[in-house]
Write a protein that binds this ligand. Structure first.
Ligand code: SF4
Length: 728
């Protein structure tokens, strides 16, 4: 028998009642909503990472609705489609309900429900055994979400510092590194884009609106209402492309060629912000020489974009500078040249003078909120980054696929793995092989989540977290336009036998004799202590939900102000000596992309307003809005394959992976050489009774990745698909 078999689930295992009974039963009563006894509780939405503040309404003690908090400048008092569907997450009858422990007997391996004491003691015992056999540095955490910080604190207290957020190597890592290399600072999350004041916005492969981050969509809408010029670069005619003055349907993989050509025009026509560059930047002469070969005629052959249009759009950007924002995007792990492509975006913004300027990138500020006093955890004795990801010496954080790879093999560094709220098979491309190997070698694997997901099939222990509507979390205190704090607190008692992450980490710590790192009875004490340091209290926040603070610093650079950037030179580094000293190109260098094999089409993927990653497809309210994805195919391509609109087909990649059935949308809005699907569908876990088996998974079709040599990011747009017709 395998040490740890991947456990698949039948729909009946651990099943609760009917789908979201409390939601569906809402249609029985017909009286007017709000005519009963109404109470409200502040919250901070956790359906995505944007953290909009809201109020949860109950009527006669029953969940009613969630609306935006009018005091919240970050969300402007509004929640998006998904945020208003937060009750669907709370009432989802398919939620994980009780701790699960893997057991083996004569019938094989399976999970059985366990008490919290049994599950947590099992974890603590395994951690002690690992420490005894291998030392205390061999645990790792892969985490995506607010509760992950408590498990990070637990592992650090134990002595292990190995962690990664898949949002780095699978999403925004190259952007973080490119802007840090150029300006000494990241764009941040929340992105510091000042679209509310932009006169020209350039979106490169960024479909804001379909990719719905509330405040960002609102500021983009304001810009559109003010007639700001929008320039959208995308192989697909996205919703925002439809609002744009210029749509540049670029050949996939050639974005860096276009960026170099735009720089060529700005420099050769003398349209860049000369004073800004002279005052703040170094490396302009090297940049000017570097871009000389890359004129719009050269770029036309690479990108397919008319040279006249390249010149016209470059001049349009220059006319509106410095209130021109070349948006840095968010999910930027595309072709493996990603840090260099984002360096080009950062440099282009510098030529336009937009960093630190109104309408470009503002200077964010957060509340100076003291941390709750806790003992220092033991320092790492081993340089685990060098050990696990030494080939990426500039990468500032963990690289998730490298940590996963370090869970198996002769010299496996990681002996125990915690996975918090991250469904790795749908998050890290091509990870099932790594997970299979890890499952054979790890001494401990713990998965913490609110919902069943494919990743739980690899775990020894599954811990059910309560939803954000049933728990306290750390105060929201993100760098923003205006500093503010916002409170997430329980609106309801946890359903089933679910618990908050802080409690789980604390209880494991107690079993390990590490309780001094969690010296509170309830996390509310930590919040209250912090609020009292800034003149408020938990009681006051429970009424208000949000406190706004005045800025202490300026939002933009002043005219002629001397700025010391956090780069080695103290200047904006157009030419990066840091990159050069590590053997990388100091200026972005274009390399033409690989082309699909004959009969295959590039697999593009993206977001939809109704869903967040792969986390919301089973939410009954959001399922109703968008139950499945569709594959977009150009009419020419569809005609060549005899495929009709609305037909169900399967997608097949050159490595032989075949998707679930997916509906066809024949549309001119996609280039003939590409197809497009919305990410997050194609779940296989049968406990997700609404969404299991529905739609195609882009993640499972990604048999290949192009690793970015600087950040370690997994470029995912190097996958191709063809079509398999369904038998009729
Ligand atoms: Fe919630 Fe929407 Fe805000 Fe994300 S953008 S936190 S889903 S309301």
């Amino acid at each position: 028998m395998k040490r740890r078999e991947f456990l698949k689930f039948s729909g009946s295992m651990f099943a609760g009642g009917a789908v979201a009974p409390a939601l569906l039963s809402g249609c029985v009563e017909r009286r007017l909503p709000g005519s009963g006894t109404v109470s409200t509780t502040p919250t901070v939405c956790n359906i995505c990472f944007w953290k909009c503040a809201g109020h949860v309404y109950q009527e006669d003690g029953r969940p009613w609705k969630i609306v935006g908090n009018q005091k919240d400048l970050h969300s402007r008092g509004r929640l998006c489609t998904r945020g208003t569907a937060g009750l669907g997450a709370y009432l989802d009858a398919d939620r994980l309900q009780t701790p699960l422990l893997r057991v083996s007997d004569q019938d094989g391996q399976r999970f059985r429900p366990a008490s919290w004491d049994e599950a947590l003691s099992y974890i603590a015992d395994k951690m002690q055994a690992i420490e005894k056999q291998h030392g205390n540095e061999r645990l790792a955490l892969l985490s995506h979400g607010s509760g992950g910080q408590f498990f990070q604190s637990l592992l650090e207290a134990y002595g292990s510092h190995v962690y990664a957020h898949p949002s780095f190597a699978q999403c925004r890592g190259p952007r973080q590194m490119a802007f840090a290399l150029t300006y000494g600072e990241d764009v941040g999350s929340i992105d510091r884009t000042d679209m509310e004041h932009s006169r020209c916005i350039v979106l490169i492969g960024s479909h804001i609106g379909e990719n719905l981050h509330n405040g960002q969509v609102q500021t983009l809408s304001e810009a559109i209402n003010r007639d700001a010029t929008l320039i959208t670069v995308d192989p697909r005619f996205s919703v925002v492309a439809g609002k744009s003055k210029h749509w540049l349907p670029i050949k996939p993989g050639t974005d860096l060629a276009l960026l170099l050509a735009w720089m060529n025009v700005l420099i050769n026509e003398g349209l860049y912000q000369k004073d800004y560059i002279e005052r703040y930047a170094i490396g302009f002469d090297q940049l000017a020489r570097h871009v000389q070969p890359f004129n719009p005629e050269w770029a036309y052959l690479e990108t397919g974009i008319d040279p006249k249009l390249i010149r016209e759009t470059a001049r349009e950007m220059a006319r509106n500078a410095p209130a021109t924002l070349v948006h840095p995007g968010r999910h930027v792990t595309w072709y493996g040249d990603d840090t260099q492509r984002l360096r080009a975006v950062a440099i282009l913004n510098a030529l336009l003078g937009s960093w630190g300027c109104k309408g470009g990138f503002y200077v964010p500020e957060k509340v100076d909120l003291p941390s709750y006093p806790l003992p220092e955890p033991p320092k790492a004795k081993t340089d685990w980054k060098k050990e696990i990801q030494g080939e990426f010496p500039l990468t500032p954080t963990g690289i998730s696929q490298n940590i996963l790879a370090a869970c198996s093999g002769d010299n496996a560094f990681v002996k125990g793995l915690f996975v918090y709220a991250s469904n790795l098979p749908h998050t890290i491309p091509n990870s099932t092989e790594l997970l299979d190997k890890a499952a054979q070698q790890l001494d401990l694997m713990v998965v913490v989540d609110t919902m069943p997901a494919e990743i739980t099939g690899y775990a020894d222990v599954v811990l059910p977290e309560c939803t954000y509507l049933e728990r306290y979390d750390a105060l929201r205190n993100d760098p923003e336009r205006l500093p503010s704090l916002a409170l997430r607190m329980p609106a309801f008692e946890p359903l089933y036998d679910s618990k908050p992450a802080w409690w789980m980490a604390q209880q494991i710590a107690r079993r390990l004799g590490l309780e001094r790192y969690f010296p509170y009875q309830d996390y509310a004490e930590v919040i209250d202590w912090q609020l009292k340091q800034v003149g408020s209290s938990l009681a006051a926040m429970q009424q208000a939900g949000v406190i706004n603070f005045k800025r202490k610093t300026r939002r933009y650079f002043r005219d002629g102000e001397d700025i010391k950037f956090r780069t080695p030179s103290g200047k904006i580094e157009l030419y990066s000596q840091m990159l050069e000293s590590f053997g990388y190109d100091p200026l972005p260098r274009y390399r033409p992309p690989e082309q699909p094999p004959a009969g295959y089409y590039r697999l593009n993927y993206g977001r939809a307003p109704a869903h967040t990653f792969g986390r919301t497809q089973n939410n009954p309210l959001l399922f109703e809005l968008m139950p499945e994805n569709a594959v977009w195919i150009n009419p020419v391509t569809a005609g060549e394959h005899g495929i009709g609109n609305g037909e169900y087909i399967r997608l097949k990649n050159p490595e032989g992976t075949i998707s679930n059935r997916v509906r066809v949308r024949v549309t001119e809005r996609i280039r003939p050489d590409s197809v497009f699907i919305v990410h997050g569908f194609g779940h296989t876990d049968k406990r997700l009774r609404l969404t299991q088996g529905v739609g195609a998974s882009d993640a499972l079709l990604m048999s290949r990745v192009a690793i970015d040599p600087i950040s370690g990011g997994t470029g995912m747009r190097v996958n191709y698909v063809s079509f398999v017709r369904e038998e009729t």
